[in-house]
Design a protein around this ligand. Structure first.
Ligand SMILES: N[C@@H](CCC(=O)N[C@@H](CS)C(=O)NCC(=O)O)C(=O)O
Length: 226
């Protein structure tokens, strides 16, 4: 069944998250893609401090956001959502076969080959920061991430974006690098630093960020969330 370019799109997002997560929740990726493509959408929000209802677990088995409904199609995982939206607009996915393959490769590289190392730093710097093992792990976790960033820095030599034109792969990579920058800094990676600034300067990113922030209208949880 071909994807209907005019169907109603619903993005699941949060009405409340802890302060440090505001602006970083992964529905930002879906919103950014939709803004770049000029596609309208609505949000349905959940409270991150409350148990997820069964109907939402049917949308997203892990109880996380984002999930997305596009007409009759239901999907979850920000990577799958980006690839789905990319089929609706050439602004997100080029037509040229090699460029399409490169877009898919870089998108998966962002999530599989880089984001997992950023997560590790998130754990040692934030979640388990008081644990002795986390302090011991931190230098090698930083080193692992640097080894993943160096080849991307090289690949961006003389290029504005990963594939050529801006694509959905840049949404994936920039949102991962934004967190890498927070944990590690990108001072050693001049191309990556400039690339991240270039991506985040796009008006569609700012609109997506503003929209996510505007949806945080929920009350704090009754009991402190972990
Ligand atoms: N791999 C998932 C990760 C989604 C994810 O980590 N979502 C976070 C917000 S950024 C979440 O909902 N966390 C709450 C929880 O895990 O209970 C994706 O990319 O969609």
């Amino acid at each position: 069944m071909p994807i209907d370019p005019h169907s109603e799109i619903i993005v699941f997002a949060y009405s409340w998250v802890p302060e440090m997560a505001k602006g970083y929740v992964r529905d930002l990726r879906a919103r950014w893609a939709l803004e770049e493509a000029g596609l309208g959408y609505k949000t349905r929000t959940l409270h991150a401090g409350e148990e997820r209802p069964d109907w939402f677990l049917a949308e997203q088995p892990f109880g996380q956001v984002p999930a997305l409904i596009d007409g009759d199609i239901h999907l979850f995982e920000s990577g799958a959502i980006l690839l789905h939206l990319a089929e609706k607009s050439e602004v997100l996915m080029p037509k040229d076969p090699q460029d399409r393959a490169s877009t898919q490769s870089w998108l998966l590289a962002a999530f599989n080959s880089v984001e997992s190392f950023v997560f590790e730093l998130f754990f040692v710097n934030i979640i388990f920061r008081k644990e002795e093992w986390a302090k011991l792990r931190k230098p090698s976790a930083e080193d692992f991430l640097r080894r993943r960033l160096a080849p991307i820095d090289k690949a961006l030599t003389g290029k504005d974006y990963l594939v050529g034109p801006f694509t959905v792969a840049d949404i994936a990579m920039a949102t991962v690098l934004r967190e890498a920058n927070d944990h590690l800094g990108l001072a050693d990676f001049a191309n990556l630093d400039a690339y991240l600034k270039r991506c985040l300067a796009r008006p569609a990113f700012q609109r997506a960020l503003d929209a996510q922030m505007a949806d945080f209208t929920g009350p704090p949880p009754a009991a402190p969330a972990n």
